[in-house]
Design a protein around this ligand. Structure first.
Ligand SMILES: [Zn+2]
Length: 279
């Protein structure tokens, strides 16, 4: 084979295997979308949940000062406690126009019986973050939460933005007992502890009547209903709710006599595993 032929062949090979930049980007986007969709459908930690009576949890993502100020006392007045997913990197900052609680607020909530869950330190979009960066960030998030909770490592996690893909889900499922997303629904039958379903509690998307109907369904077919919201204040954001609406839903749940627990306690109840772990 002459040098000329070799050169020609090399060029041919290169041009036949190289993918133009636009196509490469398209392929990456396609694989990413497929991975994200599949991660919501395929249970990584399937668990057959059989409940005689429904379980309800109230959860708060990020979390705003207003949730600590207005929602936590409403829960306490009803003898309930909530789960507050904490991203220390946001503490004291404005997120979507909401002031995010500082560490002392989280520590105070813990001392009153609420759970402080993990939410990454930097509020990461985990499907766009490398494994190494996720693990490094999670170490900070876990350590900070342990410092606020008498040395207890968090066992509950919520995916920031509700986003995940197969890789990040596989990685994070090993770090926590339960991981919650924002896929709407009630957890019943074969549930995925690595991607628990949840029900948003927003003034903008539900009414007290629709919540009443939802609770009817949950009582007919018992499951674990996990509410989530962000700010809880008058004139809430589109991803928050008003104190009046929040209290009304708490009251609906209370009058039905449903069991309300933090995510860690509910997880411990259904799996028979301890709800807290030493850091
Ligand atoms: Zn968040």
């Amino acid at each position: 084979m002459s040098d000329t032929t070799k050169t020609y062949s090399a060029r041919e090979n290169r041009s036949s295997t190289e993918i133009p930049g636009g196509a490469r980007e398209f392929a990456r986007e396609f694989v990413g979308k497929f991975s994200r969709r599949l991660s919501r459908m395929v249970p990584f930690r399937p668990f057959n949940l059989k409940l005689e009576r429904p379980l309800v949890s109230f959860t708060f993502d990020d979390f705003a000062c207003s949730a600590a100020r207005d929602a936590a006392p409403a829960l306490e007045d009803a003898g309930m406690r909530g789960t507050f997913y904490y991203a220390g990197g946001l503490a004291g900052l404005l997120e979507n126009g909401q002031e995010i609680a500082r560490p002392d607020v989280a520590a105070d909530l813990f001392s009153r019986g609420h759970e402080i869950g993990a939410h990454t330190h930097g509020h990461l979009d985990v499907h766009r973050t490398s494994n190494r960066a996720i693990l490094e960030d999670m170490e900070i998030n876990k350590r900070q939460i342990a410092e606020l909770t008498d040395g207890r490592a968090p066992t509950s996690f919520a995916y920031p933005f509700g986003r995940l893909d197969l890789r990040s889900k596989f990685l994070l499922r090993q770090e926590f007992g339960s991981l919650r997303g924002i896929k709407t629904g009630v957890n019943s039958g074969i549930i995925d502890l690595a991607h628990l379903k949840a029900q948003e509690l927003y003034d903008s998307s539900s009414t007290i009547e629709s919540m009443n109907r939802l609770l009817d369904r949950v009582e007919k077919r018992p499951g674990w209903l996990i509410f989530y919201t962000h700010d809880v204040k008058r004139d809430p954001s589109t991803s928050g709710c008003s104190p009046a609406y929040f209290s009304a839903v708490v009251d609906l749940v209370r009058r039905r006599g449903l069991t309300v627990e933090t995510v860690a306690d509910a997880y411990a109840r259904i799996t028979g595993q301890a709800s807290v772990a030493a850091a």
